[in-house]
Design a protein around this ligand. Structure first.
Ligand code: GLV
Ligand code: MG
Length: 303
């Protein structure tokens, strides 16, 4: 099944153990909402949360947004039953946490194929978003990105990543105090981004835990967007509008990209030149490619 580009500027994580949060998530204008069965749910509440997620996913109105569920990771005793419970006609994607090797993704791919076939769902309906959040996952990220045609995105998990590599900070998403090298997440973010793009996937940045610090969230989102990321997790409604605007091109960027495409089109087809001036800037084929990606993202975001 061919996966079309669906906008993921804001991906809202909702603890599936909370009926109240699930109900309010339906009205939040996030591009994606996923019900979490993993780290926001206590071990003793896993089974009840799973039932609640299954009921919520298959009933009520979720609009046209991407709807997902984060299951427990492939090494846990819950993972298999989580998948069986959450798959339904409205489910677009499973978020698979703590992906450490391509095997984890292949396991989920095969299981989803069996469930789709046995329930009469379209083959390949359910996509996968793989969370890269520890040292083994980052070391294998290129193989993970190629592991299944169901993959839609790679997602950075800063909290687990910080724990995995021993980063000395408890402020998830913020720079560790004392670090003088610039952005402490840059290597992981860039490596995930390159692996994602090499396999035609989206790249999504993870959560910023100080949910009341909206300027801090904005800083983190602007930085990921500048690098090339498609979107970011959001944990609170206050973060949603910020993510939606930060990860969409501005109207000016969109217009400028459209002008570059037009000018380059005219230059190459009418004047038969490969590089031309647009205002003070020289543009060529690479500028056109950049402009096309800005226009595609702008269109996906409704510009
Ligand atoms: C998200 O799952 C994270 O670990 O940051
Ligand atoms: Mg995590």
């Amino acid at each position: 099944m061919e996966r079309s580009y669906r906008v993921r500027r804001s991906c809202l994580s909702v603890p599936a153990s909370s009926e109240r949060f699930i109900a309010s998530a339906r009205g939040v204008p996030a591009d994606e909402v996923f019900l979490d069965l993993e780290d926001s749910v206590a071990p003793g509440a896993k089974e009840a949360a799973r039932d609640q997620a299954a009921a919520a996913l298959s009933s009520g109105d979720w609009g046209t947004r991407i709807v997902g569920a984060r299951i427990n990771d492939a090494s846990t005793p819950w993972a298999f039953a989580d998948v069986l419970a959450v798959v339904c006609a409205r489910l677009d994607v499973i978020v698979l946490p703590k992906v450490r090797s391509a095997r984890d993704v292949v396991w989920l791919d095969v299981l989803l194929g069996q469930i789709e076939a046995s329930r009469g769902l379209p083959a390949g309906q359910i996509g996968i978003e793989a969370q890269i959040e520890d040292a083994p996952g980052l070391a294998s990220v290129a193989a993970i990105a190629e592991a299944s045609p169901r993959l839609a995105a790679l997602v950075f998990g800063p909290a687990d990543f910080m724990a995995s590599v021993g980063m000395r900070s408890l402020e998830v998403g913020e720079q560790p105090a004392g670090y003088v090298g610039g952005d402490a997440y840059h290597y992981a973010l860039m490596r995930i981004l390159v692996a994602a793009r090499a396999s035609g996937l989206q790249a999504i940045d993870g959560p910023y835990l100080r949910v009341r610090d909206v300027p801090g969230f904005r800083r983190s989102a602007v930085s990921a967007a500048a690098l090339g990321y498609d979107g970011k997790w959001v944990l609170h409604p206050a973060q949603v509008d910020v993510a939606n605007s930060v990860f969409a091109p501005s109207a000016e960027e969109f217009q400028r990209a459209s002008r570059i495409i037009e000018a380059y089109e005219a230059a190459t087809s009418v004047e038969r030149r490969g590089a031309v001036m647009l205002g003070d800037e020289m543009i060529d084929e690479a500028s056109r490619k950049l402009a096309l990606s800005v226009v595609a993202r702008g269109r996906a975001a409704g510009l």
